[in-house]
Design a protein around this ligand. Structure first.
Ligand SMILES: C[S@@+](CC[C@H](N)C(=O)[O-])C[C@H]1O[C@@H](n2cnc3c(N)ncnc32)[C@H](O)[C@@H]1O
Length: 613
């Protein structure tokens, strides 16, 4: 079999294995006729095809913990899935809201992502009418969260500015409902420092309400704390990756509310499921889901999306980690998760496979020090080949993985602070935060750099500062040498020339500097481990095949009577001039031939080997 085929066969096997596990989940598009109230297996963890009004009538009362949905907007997107005129919208929705109220548990929540449309030059009041109508149905309008769409397109309108927010209305059936505020805490960042700086000592002890409402807050409570409660504004980018549904919301929206209002194993319902974003988020967070969608094509899309989603709790249970501890990062953790899988782990393994398939014995031999392996007393051909391949691959992997992880750091900065990859020498990332403009050179580990390299980096920091000031940057410019792992207890690296002074942030401090999330350095482990688990089995078996194949080659040329011929090996690697290689194991081939009558003709070793003469 050709080497390429070997890899493809392996991939196909891995896919087949994946399908087997997925099929056991029995994700089905359930037809309405099959839904039975008293049989949760007919509606739990199912996508139900139909008008949600009819489907909801078939679900049992008080069976859902959280409803999260983004219904079709009034009259919009007619071409894709019809539309209800703004004047009819309230009545159309209220009929469904009544059923939603019936199926929701008393302590459950309903999050409605909606925005009013402009009709004849003014905002149509159907959302406001809807809120009033729902209140008349007995819903409590508990809160209004704002989804700030960080990446909405700029534009010019004659009488308003670009629309960059939507409502996420929060309704309940009763005042007491389930809410887990700790699960969506956010990093404290510099808020406490900057806010406290402006307070007097008395204020620090108690910042009494200026309007004497009696609800003053003791700000000193927050000193030294790493995490804080978020506000009711969610700063999230719109979904750009979902090419197959025109109105998908980002997964971070349902994920955030699912963490806030439900427990593991609770049931999350999206009555307008679209591409299944809420169901995917629910599955990933270890909750049950029910999706209802009127269009079959979207149901099928959602089915596919749910099938490929992986439950984080499963992974964490497998890896014995404490999910609750790691799950405090708030809404951005899903963005990190997706990015790490798509743009770090997947290309990393692609590269590993590529390198492995191109590997040639002669290349590896010439790049690895034979004396080292002799010094380690390696005398078995297979151990020798295994060791040199592993050493050869891992020396390249560090660089490949480092570059990909650097991309992750830049992506976080881009997502959170509009950072970007720098073109300046020694600098990988530039971003603005608070009053500062950061220029960051990212390195893999803390041991990077001899004195020449460090001095060159400092010169480049100085040049970058001068350049940016010329370009009109008026902020305080701070140079940072970031290292993705390790420790350094003395981050400030002072220089007599202030322009060459910089901070060295290492390991946890680096990731916290980039994201303002002190737990990120731990949280990254989850998706990395998850993807590695999936891919590494195939990689290991491909590697084993390579080791076997190369051991066979090695034995033909570098062993004598079953022992490694070290002299021949060092000749090949180091002797002046060309060294012509002759196979030494004709004997072995003949012996094999004699014993194995199935071998019709001897192997043509010259063809099998690829030595440059
Ligand atoms: C705004 S989209 C939801 C997108 C979804 N949040 C996602 O991320 O993909 C609204 C969806 O509701 C579906 N829909 C419209 N009327 C419906 C109805 N009466 N019952 C169920 N689904 C309906 C549409 O086909 C559309 O896919």
């Amino acid at each position: 079999m050709v080497k390429q085929d070997l890899i493809l066969t392996g991939l196909a096997m891995a896919e087949a294995a994946l399908n087997i596990t997925l099929e056991t989940e029995e994700i089905l598009i359930q037809n309405l006729g099959l839904v039975e109230q008293n049989h949760p297996q007919t509606w739990k963890n199912k996508l139900i095809l139909g008008d949600c009004l009819e489907v909801l009538q078939k679900l049992p009362s008080a069976s859902i913990d959280l409803i999260i949905t983004s219904p079709p907007y009034a009259d919009s997107r007619k071409k894709t899935y019809g539309g209800i005129s703004p004047d009819e919208y309230t009545d159309w929705f209220l009929a469904r809201a009544l059923e939603l109220k019936r199926v929701l548990k008393p302590e459950g929540s309903f999050i409605l992502n909606i925005k009013e449309k402009v009709v004849d030059g003014q905002r149509h009041p159907y959302v406001l009418n809807l809120i009033l109508g729902m209140q008349q149905q007995g819903w409590l309008w508990t809160e209004e969260y704002i989804w700030h769409k960080k990446n909405s397109y700029p534009g010019k309108w004659s009488n308003r500015f670009r629309d960059s927010w939507e409502r996420c209305l929060h309704f309940n059936k009763q005042k007491k409902f389930k809410m887990y505020q700790e699960s969506v805490m956010v990093p404290m960042g510099d808020w406490a420092k900057s806010r406290l700086k402006n307070l007097s000592e008395t204020d620090k002890r108690r910042d009494n309400s200026k309007v004497e409402s009696g609800f003053g807050k003791n700000i000193s409570n927050w000193v030294e704390r790493k995490m804080a409660y978020p506000t009711n504004v969610l700063h999230l980018a719109t979904e750009c990756g979902n090419k197959n549904h025109s109105a998908a919301f980002p997964k971070t929206i349902p994920s955030w509310f699912i963490k806030l209002f439900t427990d593991v194993d609770d049931v999350v319902l999206d009555p307008f499921a679209g591409s299944g974003t809420s169901c995917v988020a629910a599955k990933e967070l270890g909750r049950n889901y029910v999706g209802i969608e009127i269009k079959r094509e979207y149901c099928e899309l959602a089915e596919l999306n749910i099938k490929t989603a992986v439950s984080h709790t499963q992974i964490l249970n497998n890896s014995n980690q404490n999910y609750e501890e790691l799950n405090v990062a708030g809404a951005n953790s899903e963005i990190y998760h997706d990015y790490l899988i798509k743009y770090v782990l997947t290309p990393f393994y692609d590269k590993r496979f590529e390198k492995l398939s191109k590997l040639k014995l002669k290349d590896v031999l010439k790049r690895k020090n034979p004396y080292l392996f002799k010094a380690k007393n390696i005398e078995r051909a297979q151990d020798f080949v295994d060791s040199i391949i592993t050493a050869f691959l891992s020396s390249q992997e560090e660089t490949i993985f480092g570059n990909l992880l650097e991309g992750f750091a830049i992506h976080i900065s881009e997502t959170l602070y509009g950072g970007f990859k720098s073109k300046l020498n020694s600098i990988d990332l530039e971003f603005k935060r608070d009053e500062n403009y950061y220029i960051v050179g990212i390195k893999s580990g803390t041991n990077w750099g001899n004195s020449d390299q460090i001095s060159k980096m400092k010169d480049n920091f100085k040049k970058a500062r001068q350049f940016l000031i010329k370009q009109g940057v008026t902020n305080n410019i701070i140079a940072v040498n970031g290292c993705m792992y390790g420790k350094d207890s003395n981050p400030l690296k002072k220089d007599v020339d202030a322009d060459k002074t910089y901070f060295k942030y290492v390991g946890q401090e680096f990731w916290e500097f980039i994201s303002e999330n002190p737990n990120l350095y731990q949280e990254m482990i989850v998706p990395i481990g998850e993807e590695a688990k999936k891919k590494d089995e195939l990689f290991k078996s491909t590697l084993d095949a390579k080791v076997n194949e190369m051991t066979f080659e090695f034995m033909q040329y570098f062993t004598n009577k079953g022992r490694i011929d070290w002299i021949k090996l060092v000749d090949y690697v180091s002797k002046k001039g060309d060294v012509k290689l002759e196979p030494v194991s004709q004997q072995l081939t003949l012996e094999l031939e004699g014993r194995d009558s199935d071998l019709e003709e001897p192997l043509d070793l010259a063809d099998a080997l690829d030595f440059e003469e």
